[in-house]
Design a protein around this ligand. Structure first.
Ligand SMILES: C[S@@+](CC[C@H](N)C(=O)[O-])C[C@H]1O[C@@H](n2cnc3c(N)ncnc32)[C@H](O)[C@@H]1O
Length: 244
């Protein structure tokens, strides 16, 4: 049995309500950017750390032949057999070299040994295959230090914190050529996000909202932080790389 009990525990408790926990998860703009960068359906694709399979479902509907891999069985259950899934670890994938035409990884790079995982993805991807990696990053140096602080407070499982340049460097170190990069802002309610984080105590949920609401001015400006009737909103910055 594949195990990383902390990650599995966190995502098992939130699997059922995961898709409603933040706007980015089902954001049509973000999914459209992934589909555009993946290009016309062209064979076998793999969604790494697929979770509930939001991207894999959209790619399947577009005509890709998708397989999903994730550590957490409860998250995989939410894929509902729309595409085949296996429980597995991204740093030790049970596939031959050069198996896939396309690979996609969204919002998981901070949860495992990133370089080892990216090298493993490069290994199972065909030489001319396309890799889409999508991740929240700071907008600039203005919001970076406080965002890192918030992530460290909130996410006990956080192994790494990256900006867009760090991710580009990691991709190159893992043997990828970076072909394209897109940035996209998605507006989030931090209050809502925290309500859907059952692994956090109520005290921690309040603390995270306060850290955003009372952030340094440069952070608030970069992320357009607003408090409306007690609800805390901000923009999240997504970077999406297309690599091969
Ligand atoms: C934040 S969720 C993202 C899910 C999905 N990629 C999405 O964008 O909706 C992170 C997922 O990564 C999975 N995960 C974390 N570490 C993993 C690893 N080493 N191998 C495979 N899956 C992993 C978790 O179980 C969880 O489902």
């Amino acid at each position: 049995m594949v195990q990383n009990s902390n990650v599995q525990k966190q995502f098992a408790t939130r699997a059922k309500t995961y898709n409603q926990s933040a706007n980015w998860i089902t954001s049509p703009d973000l999914i459209a950017a992934h589909l555009e960068l993946a290009g016309p359906p062209n064979g076998k694709g793999i969604e790494l750390c697929c979770g509930t399979g939001v991207n894999g479902k959209a790619l399947t509907a577009a005509g890709w032949n998708i397989t999903g891999v994730d550590l957490t069985m409860e998250m995989l259950g939410e894929v509902n057999d729309v595409f085949p899934v296996i429980q597995g670890d991204v740093i030790a994938l049970p596939f031959e070299d050069n198996s896939f035409d396309m690979a996609i990884l969204r919002q998981a790079l901070f949860l495992f040994d990133s370089l080892a995982g990216l090298k493993e993805i490069r290994r199972v991807l065909k030489k001319e295959g396309t890799f889409i990696i999508s991740q929240t990053v700071p907008f600039s140096h203005a919001d970076e230090p406080w965002l890192k602080h918030i992530h460290e407070v909130k996410q006990a499982q956080l192994l790494n914190f990256y900006n867009a340049t760090d991710i580009e460097r990691l991709l190159i170190s893992a043997g990828f050529n970076v072909n394209e990069m897109k940035m996209l802002a998605v507006r989030e309610s931090i209050t809502h996000w925290m309500k859907y984080a059952p692994e956090q105590s109520e005290e921690m949920q309040r603390k995270i909202c306060d850290l955003v609401a009372n952030a340094p001015e440069e952070y608030k400006q970069a992320r357009n932080v607003k408090v409306v009737n007690g609800e805390v909103f901000e923009d999240w910055n997504w970077v999406i790389f297309k690599a091969d």
